[in-house]
Design a protein around this ligand. Structure first.
Ligand SMILES: [Zn+2]
Length: 116
């Protein structure tokens, strides 16, 4: 599971960690059950984290529609690409759609329009 590091997987890990943070914050709130105000604040904070993660999951869904399905030249498995450069979901092989970038060291900055 930790092997995955393509962009969508990174965002998915981020969304998952938001859920965990939300639950931890809510759990901390239980310690303050003698003070309903503080407990409510913690519960609301935890809820905000969980709502944020739902939003991130929604964002992943939007991004998934923009991905390009390619066959990895290294392991032969089908993988999804986001942007001009991305990594294979299975073997972390750097992939590019731009022939100019072929053979160049993997760099996510190629996706931003500012860098040349
Ligand atoms: Zn691969």
């Amino acid at each position: 599971m930790a092997k995955y590091s393509s962009k969508i997987n990174k965002i998915r890990t981020f969304a998952l960690s938001l859920i965990f943070i939300g639950f931890i914050v809510m759990y901390v709130g239980i310690y303050f059950r003698t003070s309903p105000v503080i407990m409510t604040i913690f519960m609301l904070l935890g809820l905000i984290f969980i709502i944020a993660s739902t939003a991130v999951y929604f964002w992943i869904g939007m991004l998934s529609t923009k991905t390009i399905q390619v066959k990895c030249p290294s392991c032969g498995k089908p993988t999804k690409m986001l942007g001009r450069v991305d990594m294979c979901m299975h073997c972390r092989e750097p992939l590019t759609l731009d022939p100019k970038l072929e053979g160049i060291k993997f760099d996510e900055s190629y996706n931003s329009k500012k860098s040349k």
